[in-house]
Design a protein around this ligand. Sequence first.
Ligand code: 5AD
Ligand code: FES
Length: 351
Amino acid sequence: MTELIDKLEKDGILSKEEFVSLLKNRTTDDEKYAAQKARSIADSFFGNKIYLRGLIEFTNYCKNDCLYCGIRRSNTKAERYRLTKDQILECCSSGYELGYRTFVLQGGEDPYFTDERMIEIIRSIRAVFPDCAITLSIGEKSEESYRAYFAAGADRYLLRHETATVQHYEKLHPKELSLENRINCLKTLKRIGFQTGCGFMIGSPYQTPENIANDLIFIHELKPQMVGMGPFIPHAQTPFADNAAGTLRDTLFLLSLVRIMEKNVLLPATTALATIDPKGRELGILAGANVVMPNLSPVSVREKYKLYDGKVCTGDEAAECRRCMEKRLNSIGFETVVSRGDYIGGDYAAY
Ligand code: 5AD
Ligand code: FES
């Protein structure tokens, strides 16, 4: 299968049939080959530098009911919380001291956080931390709302597409949600000028190699600046409680393929990956990832932002987490950088 991996590097894309064949037939040697290629591409853009994003999980209220997610509205056992604007700013301050220059505000789709409240929060962060990037991850909104957030000072937006196959999307989501709207949101975000991230879970229920091939082709066509990918992990209080988690091998291989395909894309080694394997994050970086997103949320709420079971890093203070991350990255020859870590250019001149 190394010819297909070479072809992916050269052409930046494969046909659906080629992707399916690669996903189904690759050996562990092919995975190693892909990881090495992915790492050397990442090295050519980022060297041994890893970008840090401070994740602030500011609300776990959610009006949606995605079947895989632990904070879905039907989970009546979830203990709900919201951070105040001051608490969010405090998270940013302690993060800034620790070297973070990107704050990711992530939350459920919580109607309490109206545009007015979000704009106020974004403006305040922008005013206090003019040298930092502000990333939002708060779901599907109208174009008008997205424009208002951008005008208030938000720079980036993460909205995973979850799966690019309609039939699969319908198996993971309630009928009020549609892939069409999700994709429209992503296109709108890009058009407005956000550095935009899509992404999907590896090993989500009912996922087939054909679905994953569609995801890869979708990513290639959307050309996002970021791609978030981690294994699906079951949550006991969801309909998928008894489904198997995605595997380390599959997740690493997909990280490598996305790096080989999209070259300079920003690619996080996710907390979900660290959750299914104690060395998951390190292995993700060695497979081509170049971003980590440690938690900056107050320890008192960490346990409550539970999208899946077993989530790691819930007990540690931000400073502890930061040190731990540095040690882990140093142990594999990498280091974190204190910078915004923006997407570098659309052409591959440096490569
Ligand atoms: N396992 C892994 N990832 C999950 N997400 C939601 N629920 C789970 C789960 N059970 C991911 C989704 C979402 C992101 C914020 O977290 O892809 O977009
Ligand atoms: Fe958070 Fe280790 S990275 S505690």
